[in-house]
Design a binder for this molecule. Structure first.
Ligand SMILES: NC(=O)C1=CN([C@@H]2O[C@H](COP(=O)(O)OP(=O)(O)OC[C@H]3O[C@@H](n4cnc5c(N)ncnc54)[C@H](OP(=O)(O)O)[C@@H]3O)[C@@H](O)[C@H]2O)C=CC1
Ligand SMILES: O=C1OC[C@@H](O)[C@H](O)[C@H]1O
Length: 394
């Protein structure tokens, strides 16, 4: 089926697939901050959520998962926001894309490289647009930091180090579903995407060490240390964990300076991505604005849909830092979703074998530019949340 067209002046109509915590508490309120997007349908396995959210959002059409194929035949939406658990992304994304619906797909893209490739192939076949929900790609401080590295403010970026810890409630779906629900896919996606973007390169080797906290009942390594070797002897390291207090920070060290970013990955009331820069011995603090990440990414994606920006512009070539070349206009970022998953599955192999894992050398593609930045105020929290599990242990 050909890709859905949304006329200039109309809003892109979204269906939300899975009304979990991120959909109800962040994405659905965030859409209200945009001017070009609306929610018109919900696809859920829980009829109570269907009824209640339909009322809360002014009469959404709701469907069960079994009615998904039927939903794709009706004219109630143009695009989908898919926020199922990681291993259920493809089952909704692939048929929706083949049917011409645009898809904003939660991170990580899926759990295997084959799943990612199948999703990309579906988008290519129909021409429908696909974007992985990297909300930070539309966040002003994150884009500023990346741009400052690209223009050489800290010299040659040599090292990246990050810690991302969120204490997980053991009742959450992430707690009992093995590696692919664990901290590497769930949270590691952020530092992996950040260091790939900051270095403008793809890693060539992966080392990993995992531990299982004795007092916890997770069925995977709940704390993992990962080292990524990059071309030109650059190195990145990150630690992710479900089993300690909330921490989210990264440092990029270059030949002339460093950026320390804290908080760097999370969102919500009072949270503005902020950093200190120390360049040639002079330290400055940069307090970032509190913006709605979810409204921002959706507004950007809808703009790409309305303007019919070609997906072929998705993965434009990136210069290596220090080289003098011109960037092309980059747009969406399906390719970068697979590139993160490629690393996530290599970490799994490294944990299983205890051996470093080589990655095929691939050229880097540019993703994340100024035109993606959105500065919407944070949406008000929803007046009601229906049957959604809190990810964070209180
Ligand atoms: N970009 C970001 O900042 C964030 C992204 N995410 C991503 O969003 C996705 C969903 O995360 P989140 O909302 O926190 O998860 P939740 O556990 O809160 O919700 C997941 C929802 O998926 C549906 N579901 C279908 N099958 C299952 C199953 N077997 N087990 C559990 N849930 C199921 C349910 O919705 P229903 O009852 O409606 O069918 C459920 O409420 C993940 O891919 C995650 O990585 C999550 C948090 C932040
Ligand atoms: O931003 C996030 O923070 C909490 C995580 O569990 C979630 O999946 C991630 O995307």
């Amino acid at each position: 089926m050909p890709a859905k067209i949304v006329a200039e002046g109309n809003k892109v109509r979204y269906a939300v697939v899975a009304a979990g915590s991120i959909s109800q508490e962040a994405w659905m309120p965030g859409v209200g901050q945009t001017t070009n997007s609306s929610i018109t349908a919900i696809i859920t396995s829980d009829p109570e959520k269907g009824r209640e959210l339909s009322k809360l959002y002014g009469g959404l059409k709701y469907y069960s998962y079994e009615e998904f194929d039927q939903a794709l035949k009706e004219d109630t939406f143009d695009a989908l926001y898919i926020a199922t658990p990681n291993w259920m992304h493809r089952q909704f994304a692939e048929p929706a894309l083949l049917a011409g619906f645009h898809v904003l797909l939660e991170k990580p893209m899926e759990v295997t490289e084959d799943d990612c490739k199948a999703i990309n192939a579906a988008a290519e076949k129909s021409g429908a647009k696909l974007m992985i929900a990297y909300r930070l790609h539309c966040e002003p401080s994150t884009v500023e930091i990346v741009n400052r590295v690209r223009r050489g403010d800290i010299g040659d970026p040599r090292m990246f180090n990050s810690t991302f810890v969120i204490p997980l409630d053991e009742k959450n779906h992430r707690a009992k579903n093995g590696y692919h629900a664990g901290p590497v896919p769930d949270m590691g996606t952020y530092p992996i995407n950040a260091c790939r973007t900051i270095f403008g390169m793809e890693p060539i080797e992966v080392f990993a060490v995992g531990t299982k906290t004795p007092t916890k009942d997770f069925n995977f390594h709940d704390t993992v240390s990962v080292t990524l070797k990059f071309p030109n002897e650059r190195v990145a390291h990150f630690l992710v964990s479900y089993s300690a207090t909330l921490v989210n920070r990264y440092t990029v060290v270059g030949t002339q300076g460093e950026f320390n970013v804290d908080p760097c990955f999370v969102y919500g009331p009072g949270v503005g991505i902020s950093y200190t820069s120390t360049i040639d011995g002079k330290t400055e603090t940069h307090k970032g604005p509190v913006v709605d990440h979810f409204g921002g990414q959706t507004d950007y994606f809808s703009k790409c849909i309305i303007e019919e920006r070609p997906q072929s512009q998705t993965d434009t070539k990136v210069r290596n830092i220090g080289e003098d070349s011109i960037y092309n206009e980059p747009i969406l970022k399906a390719g970068t979703g697979w590139r993160d998953v490629r690393v996530i599955v290599a970490v799994k192999r490294a944990l299983e074998t205890g051996q470093p894992q080589k990655l095929e050398e691939i050229e880097s593609r540019r993703h994340m530019t100024e035109d993606q930045v959105r500065k919407f105020n944070l949406a008000k929290p929803p007046s009601k949340v229906i049957n959604a599990a809190a990810p964070i242990k209180n």
